[in-house]
Design a protein around this ligand. Structure first.
Ligand code: IDP
Length: 140
């Protein structure tokens, strides 16, 4: 299979606890290369727009508040089957339901503060990468 890219976000609960390096090690050990990365403070407008698909969900406002509660690390991961591979190493949304070796099982605090975001399809990955990065910022 050809190389694929996906968008990852290390969320505020994880940056606050200095877990960026440990989470990046999980990605790299799984064969995913970090080909772009920046630490940013999301504004309410940017976080709201990024999660617009969840606008009608009851947890939307809390999710936006959480995502702006501290810096996040946005990244582009590249590798074979990167979208599915990243979802696999992230684990289920609810850390209580995630497989033990996954990032969320190891590090997440709750279903909301679950340490990482990862695109859920190749199409969403392309849109989410474009949302945060110019092509010139991605260096394979
Ligand atoms: P995913 O991140 O595993 O793809 P989504 O259903 O797309 O899960 O939800 C996006 C994010 O919204 C989750 O990662 C989590 O931070 C938050 N979230 C999802 N479900 C709930 C919930 O039931 N309560 C609170 N927050 C939630």
């Amino acid at each position: 299979m050809a190389k694929e890219r996906t968008l990852s976000i290390i969320k505020p609960d994880a940056t606050r606890r200095n877990l960026t390096g440990k989470i990046n090690a999980v990605f790299e050990d799984a064969g995913l290369s970090i080909v772009a990365q920046k630490r940013v403070q999301l504004s309410p407008a940017v976080a709201g727009a990024f999660y617009a698909v969840h606008k009608e969900r009851p947890f939307y406002n809390d999710l936006v508040s959480f995502m702006i509660s501290g810096p996040v690390v946005v990244q582009v991961l590249e590798g074979e089957n990167a979208v599915a591979k990243n979802r696999e190493v992230m684990g289920a949304t609810d850390p209580k339901k995630a497989d033990p070796q996954t990032i969320r099982a190891q590090f997440a605090e709750s279903i909301e503060a679950n340490s990482v975001h990862g695109s859920d399809s190749a199409e969403n990955a392309a849109n989410e990468i474009r949302f945060f990065f110019a092509e010139t910022e991605i260096l394979p």
